[in-house]
Design a protein around this ligand. Structure first.
Ligand code: F6R
Length: 609
């Protein structure tokens, strides 16, 4: 979604802003713009890619030591130059992430006060409101504080003014924003990855903070106007982590990074001989020891991870578990259970629906909260009592891959911790599960070696309009994830069903034009799954089966089989089967020639409802 970068320096900041925007491109956007203060206020905006903005900056010879820049993902108003940020009022300019819910009332008031609107955006009201107070106070910080006090909704904003050539003001509530600290130069960004080429020292702003940023100093006041110190973090990320290297797409790179991402995520756990609750926080034993149920709240791919975990938790830890789509849970009337563990799962840690669902759960008196998240210091990690950081590294491709499998790895650990706390693991089982986890990265590496076979299959998919994914038990959510991956990057309509449901409806869709992708692990349901496959064949359907190495399935002209290395993979099986489906979607999308890393209409971090 939208991205913000700002800089105040003693050098030309235009290349810094453009590089920052390029590093935010993965979040999804449809227009971009910047304002530079250099004598006066110079604004450049363009619809489409950052490369277009860069060309326009070169053409207009824009340069200067202070500026703000933005990538916009349209919400209020179409993608157009007029709607692109920054928005200007008088001598100042504003970039904004989030949604201002009371923008209509403010617009009426500001129009009555004589302001002219030139865009359809909610953001333009912020620019005029700050300008209104700036005219009264001639103090940019005071004007910003007065303006944000009237905003309802979510915002991260950056402001520059031609009267203050060495000063950047920013504020946040509900949308992430951080300050990057350099040497006699400072920055702002909505995502640390935008600033990695210039600094790894960052200060995360808290809800309601307003910061005044100069060349040499940064001062922050909280929502009440009290000066506050916010701690400085050194980001573990490096600038080259977001480089493509030898890969054609970030999605492909991220699929292949999974052995490394899983190794990093499991590092602390597998180095130990025993399962430890402290993997989830220093007081995790106390919290997890008391819970009698688990409720997961998540969206999209992260929701699929949650669904997998419900199978593991009930079967291995013997604890009731349910997964809820965050955008549904936040609005439905539910029966609160104060002893349930509320687990949010999120790659970004900023998903608006998941955050709102967590706040809703807490408001219902459910305060035993854990987040499994890939971004330290994100809104979800800060709002949760316990946390587990997956160490996937930055995920640039919009379609989640390594974030999903590392979430599953974290959920394996949660299952084992709860199983141990509830006395469900013998010493032998504990050792066996830890050994399984240690083998995970290597087994994923072996599955990646199947890529040429999967690629060969993908050639048969490119001309299809629909596909059906089947799984049973814990592999049903993996089928859901496979279908989601295929539809989001190849635009082939895909649906997933538990295979036993076929005859209750979806079988009506099956004919020779419907590829049926089937996950066939060697588990207790395999014979039932084979019967479901017969139902497909009897209707002329063509089967593409990912099977464990020791599953016997007769291949034929219409039954194609790719075998995963080895026999049954127990706890790891859903993770290994996921990797094959990721490769299938990736190669199907390549065949179709879609924009794999930036599929249409989608954004990486969904920070609005
Ligand atoms: C699909 C995908 C999305 C996200 C969803 C939640 O490939 O990436 O479905 O999983 O938008 O995002 P996070 O995990 O950041 O909360």
């Amino acid at each position: 979604m939208c991205g913000i970068v700002g800089a105040v320096a003693q050098r030309n900041v235009v290349p810094i802003l453009l590089e920052g925007l390029r590093r935010l491109e993965y979040r999804g956007y449809d227009s971009a713009g910047l304002v530079i203060i250099n004598g006066g206020l110079k604004r450049v905006r363009s619809v489409g890619r950052v490369a277009g903005l860069e060309a326009a900056c070169t053409a207009h010879q824009v340069h200067g030591n202070l500026g703000i820049a933005h990538t916009r993902w349209a919400t209020h108003g179409v993608p157009s130059e007029a709607n692109a940020h920054p928005h200007v009022s008088g001598s100042l300019a504003v970039v904004h992430n989030g949604i201002i819910e009371n923008h209509e009332a403010l617009r009426i008031r500001l129009k009555a006060a004589g302001f002219t609107f030139t865009s359809e955006t909610d953001t333009e009201v912020i620019a005029h409101l700050v300008e209104l107070y700036y005219r009264q106070t001639q103090d940019l910080l005071a004007a910003t504080r007065a303006a944000v006090a009237e905003l309802e909704g979510a915002y991260a904003i950056g402001i520059v003014c031609e009267d203050s050539p060495n000063r950047l003001i920013c504020a946040r509530k509900g949308s992430p924003l951080l300050v990057g600290l350099g040497i006699e130069e400072n920055f702002i960004a909505s995502d640390v990855s935008a600033l990695l080429p210039v600094t790894q020292r960052v200060m995360y702003l808290e809800e309601g903070d307003v910061a005044d940023i100069g060349l040499l100093a940064v001062s922050v006041v909280d929502a009440a106007g009290n000066p506050v110190d916010r701690s400085v973090h050194i980001s573990e990320l490096s600038a080259d982590m977001a480089e493509l290297g030898n890969y054609r797409h970030f999605m492909q790179k991220e699929i292949h990074e999974q052995p490394r991402a899983l190794t990093d995520t499991l590092l602390t756990a597998v180095a130990q001989e025993h399962i430890q609750p402290e993997w989830f926080g220093f007081d995790a034993a106390e919290v997890l020891g008391k819970v009698n149920a688990v409720t997961f709240l998540a969206c999209g791919t992260s929701y699929h991870a949650a669904k997998v975990a419900t199978y593991w938790l009930e079967a291995i830890a013997g604890i009731p578990a349910r997964a809820e789509i965050a955008s549904e849970y936040r609005y439905r009337t539910s029966v609160p259970n104060p002893d349930a563990l509320i687990v949010t799962i999120s790659q970004s840690g900023e998903t608006a629906d998941t955050l709102a669902a967590l706040n809703h759960a807490k408001a219902l008196g459910q305060d035993k909260t854990l987040t499994i998240c890939n971004v330290p210091e994100s809104a979800l990690t800060r709002a949760s009592r316990l946390k587990f950081l997956t160490r996937a590294g930055p995920e640039i491709g919009v379609a989640s891959t390594k974030a999903f499998t590392t979430q599953l790895a974290a959920l394996c650990l949660l299952t084992l911790v709860l199983a141990k706390l509830r006395g469900r693991l013998s010493v032998e089982q504990e050792a066996a599960y830890l050994a399984e986890l240690r083998s995970m990265p290597n087994k994923v590496q072996q599955v990646l070696a199947l890529e040429p076979q999967v690629e060969a299959w993908s050639q048969r998919f490119a001309n299809k309009h629909h596909a059906l994914f089947l799984g049973r038990g814990v592999h049903y959510p993996i089928a859901l994830e496979g279908a989601l991956k295929l539809k989001e990057i190849s635009y082939i309509h895909a649906e997933a069903y538990p295979a036993g449901e076929l005859k209750h409806g979806p079988l009506a869709l099956v004919d020779e034009d419907m590829p049926v992708i089937t996950i066939a692990p060697n588990d207790q349901l395999i014979e039932k799954l084979k019967s479901n496959m017969q139902e497909v064949r009897a209707r002329g359907g063509e089967l593409y089966v990912f099977a464990d190495g020791d599953v016997h399935i007769e291949e034929s002209a219409f039954v194609h089989v790719i075998r995963l290395p080895g026999g049954s993979n127990g706890l790891l099986s859903p993770i290994l089967h996921t990797v094959t489906l990721q490769m299938l979607s990736y190669h199907a999308a390549l065949q179709k020639g879609t924009d794999v890393d930036k599929p249409r209409n989608l954004a990486k971090s969904v920070t609005v409802e």
